[in-house]
Design a protein around this ligand. Structure first.
Ligand code: BES
Ligand code: ZN
Ligand code: ZN
Length: 485
């Protein structure tokens, strides 16, 4: 997609369609036609077809001024891009009018539009006989008096953000026969090996045993695929305290011996959403050339009930001395995240964020639009604020000490499932806390409810959302700025 920022609206006449953005309840520039209230509804695309050979016009609704945000612009761009592709347009010129630019800051509007535009036309159809051929080739943005250097910079930044998010979507959407644990491991090595300030290390087989990564070994017992812990360190500024990002990369969660049932279980492939968030975020941080000291720890396995699979009642021993009895093999995520958390501790991480599609319960608690976040109150607050801006939203959830007893086992120090039917997402967070040193800043994100979208909506497409990529990258980059001060 060719994206150009132009200074004058005179030069946009070559585009197939000229696009106006309309906010409900806001003053706006005079147009040659009336903008009816219905046209300002968020995501509404109204097209006025030009007579033969002349330019078409569209009005895109951004919703009410009171709820206007960059996220609303991003989503509207996603709606617009798909509507235009359906019409077969090849180029669009968007007028980011002065009124809007004043309400939100010009670069922010422009960046949001580009991000939503690229993400909204994402497709994953490489396996179809006739993959979708997008018609749109060019996006022209008309600069309403902003600084053109800054505008170009905003375009490039948004393009990078969209690309790393689409990397996460791509890998997460891949079918289970392609994205196996060994394939995911290989792809991470290929993607990061040789990049500036980056070092990749793979723990597999013997190396897992040597490091006591017994959660991964236990969960993967029933699979023909090798589990792995992949460590990708990016130290462009080693003077910063080390931040570890731990991702759950269950390439397929069949439940293990507590086998999942259902008519169509294909969505069990999205259980690597946390890993993809970490991978995409690191990709974005590196591409941005940000000063940072981060290490991604990606715990990779599949959870299948093959011969030799982990049996309920089994007890797993961890190198921090804790033993865990497996009450249910479908609560496998916490078993492998424990390996990642302990490894982060061994590497001397001052701060750890883990992210995982961990529980169905988080969706019962929060619905499907906002992920749950537990742990350090300051980090949690930052993540909440960053998510409101980027659209990768998280909501703070509690760690209730009294509930620790729910994770008791008669035979081991812990059980991997709670004895209570309530608060399953909180219980999982309490379980993970046991694998982090109390003086380490730690945050846990459960994104089981936001990893996928059921439909095309805004800049999301049906399937993997790429949730967490922009959230984590923004966090890393904000932290780097704070370290500088
Ligand atoms: N990967 C699942 C959680 C999940 C559920 C993700 C739905 C996406 C959608 C996890 O491994 C799991 O199976 N969790 C169990 C835990 C239970 C056995 C304590 C769950 O949530 O039911
Ligand atoms: Zn499971
Ligand atoms: Zn799982």
């Amino acid at each position: 997609m060719n994206i150009r920022v132009l200074e004058s609206s005179a030069s946009c006449s070559e585009a197939d369609i000229k696009v106006y953005l309309a906010v409900e309840g806001a003053e706006r520039l005079e147009l040659d036609f009336d903008v009816k209230p219905a046209m300002t509804a968020h995501g509404k695309v109204t097209i006025f077809y030009g007579t033969r050979g002349s330019q078409h016009t569209a009005v895109i609704g951004l919703g009410h001024a009171k709820r206007l945000s960059t996220e609303m612009v991003r989503r509207a761009a996603g709606c617009a891009v798909r509507a235009f592709e359906q019409e077969g347009f090849r180029s669009a010129a968007v007028l980011l009018d002065a009124v809007l630019a004043e309400m939100l800051a010009f670069d922010a509007v422009l960046g949001a539009w580009v991000e939503g535009w690229i993400l909204g036309r994402y497709t994953f159809d490489a396996y179809k006989k006739d993959p979708h051929q997008g018609t749109l080739e060019e996006l022209i943005l008309l600069n309403a008096g902003g600084d053109s250097g800054a505008a170009q910079h905003a375009v490039e930044k948004s393009r990078r953000r969209a690309e790393s998010t689409m990397l996460a979507r791509d890998w997460c959407n891949e079918p289970a026969n392609v994205m196996t644990p060994e394939q995911l491991t290989e792809r991470i090595v290929q993607r990061f090996d040789g990049r500036a300030h980056t070092r990749v290390k793979v723990y597999q087989g013997e190396a897992l045993a040597e490091h006591g990564m017994n959660g991964l070994l236990a969960v993967a017992q029933g699979s023909r695929q090798l589990p792995a812990l992949v460590e990708v360190a990016y130290a462009s500024d080693p003077s910063q305290p080390l931040l570890a990002l731990v991702g759950k990369g269950m390439t397929f969660d069949m439940g293990g011996m507590n086998v999942k049932t259902g008519r169509d279980l294909s969505e069990a492939r999205f259980d690597m959403g946390g890993a993809c968030a970490v991978i995409g975020a690191l990709d974005l941080v590196i591409a941005s050339g940000a000063a940072a000291n981060v290490v991604a720890l990606i715990a990779i396995a599949d959870n299948v009930p093959g011969a030799g699979a982990l049996l309920p009642s089994s007890i797993v021993r961890y190198p921090n001395g804790l033993t865990v009895q497996v009450g249910n093999t479908d609560a496998e995520g916490r078993l492998i995240l424990a390996d990642g958390l302990l490894h982060a501790g061994r590497l001397g991480a001052a701060e750890i964020i883990d992210i995982a599609t961990l529980t169905g319960a988080v969706g019962h608690a929060l619905g499907l639009r906002v992920a749950g976040v537990w742990g350090d109150p300051n980090s949690t607050k930052s993540l909440h604020e960053l998510g409101t801006v980027s659209g990768d939203r998280v909501w703070p959830m509690p760690l209730i000490d009294d509930d620790d007893v729910l994770l008791g086992s008669d035979y081991a120090d812990l059980n991997n499932i709670s004895s209570s039917a309530y608060g399953g997402a909180n219980a999982a967070a309490l379980f993970l806390r046991r694998f982090v040193e109390p003086d380490t800043r730690w945050v846990h994100i459960d994104m089981a409810n936001t990893v996928q979208s059921p439909t095309d909506r805004g800049y999301e497409r049906t399937g993997a959302t790429g949730f967490g990529v922009r959230l984590l990258a923004d966090y890393v980059m904000q932290r780097a700025e704070q370290c500088e001060q």
